[in-house]
Design a protein around this ligand. Structure first.
Ligand code: FMN
Length: 357
């Protein structure tokens, strides 16, 4: 019997040749017009052996951008540039979904278009700083609270980006609802202080994520849409009074949507088992993430915790990770200093495994 990670998997409408998923990673290499360039084509193509590639977080609109040099999916130039990525991955037999990431209040105006706004459920600035090319580290922007009329417009931006992803040749999309970005800002009691249709009660806090997913499924069909969550993660100054309750209710609200998968990041809270919560509340396939190696990934699948495992950091310096796992080859370490710097160094400079003489 082959190791569970090497078994093929039907994930909604997606056919994966193995269960080793490349997790989404912002690498800040987008070029003019926030479009991915030739280096990104090379980077993703080199990792196409993964059963599934989830792209770096990609903004659905100019307003959704937070960090420097992240790509978008809201212009025809971006569609054309992403098409080069999807074609290269498909030419190598791979499967690739676009991760839609709207940063909300985790943003600096120095990283985005002059016409872009920084918006959030409520006008509460996050404590902390982020890097900008122009001014180094700066405080997060003070966000504007979205009006009740503007919230559906943001959902429409996600739907437009989902259409654009189709034109770019993707196999589907993933909604990033983790790491303290806009969808998680709506979900969480500490960042959503609204008292309208989009906040003020647990059910109303869920509504943004539910309606955004409905919009994405309306474009792609639910079998090509995934959701990423990390219950209880305080990253990016996020607080929720009761994440167990929030995410239990979210999964119950999503029951009518047969999503391709739920991508669950292990909760940093010792009192919250996010994998168990997801298993209880979600009927479909689970992608497990955070801190797995090959042995632990196989063990988790064998124990029935999920259907596939996603790997982020391991893919940075090991484009041929699937081969290295399969043949027990050593993994190369990555250089932190070049994670987000422009250019090939630390991005496409890591090659496949070469045996020492
Ligand atoms: C450089 C870097 C960039 C990341 N960017 C994203 C992102 O754009 N979207 C996202 O959902 N997670 C992002 N993450 C989180 C990873 O997907 C993953 O959850 C985390 O690294 C833990 O998985 P690992 O132990 O396999 O590395 C990023 C992680 C790293 C290291």
């Amino acid at each position: 019997m082959s190791p569970p990670l090497l078994e093929p998997l039907q994930l909604g409408s997606l056919r994966l040749r193995n269960r080793i998923v490349m997790a989404p990673m912002t690498r800040s290499r987008a070029g003019v017009g926030d479009a991915p360039g030739a280096l990104s084509v090379e980077y993703y193509a080199a990792r196409a052996d993964a059963g599934l590639i989830l792209t770096e977080g990609t903004q659905p609109s100019i307003h959704g951008k937070g960090y420097c040099r992240t790509p978008g999916m809201h212009s025809e130039a971006q569609v054309a540039a992403w098409r080069c990525v999807t074609q290269a991955v498909h030419a190598r037999g791979g499967c690739i979904l676009l991760q839609l990431m709207h940063c909300g209040r985790i943003a600096s105006r120095h990283n985005k278009d002059a016409a872009a706004r920084t918006v959030a459920p409520s006008a509460l600035p996050a404590r902390g700083q982020m890097f900008t090319d122009a001014h180094g580290y700066v405080d997060f922007d003070a966000p504007e609270a979205l009006s009740s009329v503007e919230v559906p417009q943001v959902i429409a931006e996600y739907a437009a980006a989902a259409h654009a992803a189709q034109r770019a040749g993707f196999d589907g999309v993933e909604l990033h609802a983790a790491s303290g970005y806009l969808p998680m800002q709506f979900l969480s009691s500490g960042t959503n202080l609204r008292n309208d249709a989009w906040g003020g009660s647990l059910n109303r806090r869920l509504r943004f994520v539910v309606e955004t997913l409905e919009a994405l499924c309306g474009v792609w069909g639910a079998g090509r849409v995934g959701l990423r969550i990390c219950p209880g993660n305080p990253f990016n100054d996020l607080q929720d009074a009761d994440p167990g309750e929030t995410y239990g209710a979210l999964l119950a609200a999503l029951a009518p949507l047969p999503l391709a998968y739920l991508h669950v990041i292990r909760s940093p809270r010792p009192d919250l088992d996010a994998f168990a919560l997801a298993r209880r509340g979600f009927a479909g396939a689970l992608l497990l993430n955070d801190g797995f190696d090959y042995a632990k990934g196989n063990a988790a699948l064998a124990a029935g915790l999920g259907e596939a495992v996603s790997y982020a950091r391991a893919f940075i310096a090991n484009p041929d990770l699937v081969r290295r796992f399969t043949h027990g080859l050593p993994l190369s370490p990555f250089n932190r200093k070049t994670l987000y710097t422009p250019g090939a160094e630390g991005y496409t400079s890591y090659g496949p495994y070469v045996a020492a003489d």
